[in-house]
Ligand binder design. Sequence first.
Ligand code: ATP
Length: 257
Amino acid sequence: MTLLSVENVGFAYGAGRHVLDDVSFTVPRGANVGLVGESGSGKSTLLRLLLGLDRPQQGRILFDGQPLETRRATYMRDYRRRVQAVFQDPYSSLDPAHRVQRIVTEPLRSLRLPGDHAAMARQAMTDVGMDPAALSRFPHQFSGGQRQRIAIARAIVARPELVLADEAVSALDLSTRVRIVDLFRQISTRMTMVFVSHDMGVVAALCDRLVVLDRGRIVEAGPTSRILRDPQEPYTRSLLASIPRMPAASQPEGQST
Ligand SMILES: Nc1ncnc2c1ncn2[C@@H]1O[C@H](COP(=O)(O)OP(=O)(O)OP(=O)(O)O)[C@@H](O)[C@H]1O
């Protein structure tokens, strides 16, 4: 069943040229879909549309069969419970003035969700391989990889159906990146994920389907295995050629990252 459907979406900033042009793809429930393309190909813009922060000027986006109602506050509150995001920079995305407990439970409070928030935060920390004791500390007491785990805990604490990850491992050093990719792989067995990255190696490691964007247009889409084996477009081949060598999947998850 399709969870997310992007239909003939077009978008331009101001009266400028199209940043997205006739973009269509679907995300089946339970799938991991990678959106890949060079810098400037329109990935972040597409993500803003998927988050309901901007609206397409052409086409439409459907979530669970219904068009996004970005102007309706009650709809968007429910949408934010069902769709959460993880961003690139684990340093700027966590408020340094707040303890991890407050950071991780923030979606529960802002979405006014019922339940034992402290227990939900402890569960989310365990889910991302962190000791729940870390909830009483501040972000600066953690490494970049640990901060990204905290950001992921915040994204999954409300049990969303879809997680959108925007270059979520790009700011991390290589060995940490491998561990966080591993963590995403574990988490992605329980929910639908869309990974946005310029790094074909990361999306290929995580996603069963790829959508390749070049200057706002989809040039290739399909199963990851097919695209890796037999890329149809020179653009896709050049993205594949630039894959950095990733070390083999990591040792058991720990708090070393
Ligand atoms: N707020 C904005 N106003 C005007 N143009 C913008 C704005 N944001 C992005 N653009 C332009 O839209 C195009 C696509 O940018 P976008 O950030 O979506 O691409 P991207 O693939 O995510 O690239 P990157 O990985 O570098 O962020 C670029 O040409 C960019 O200059």
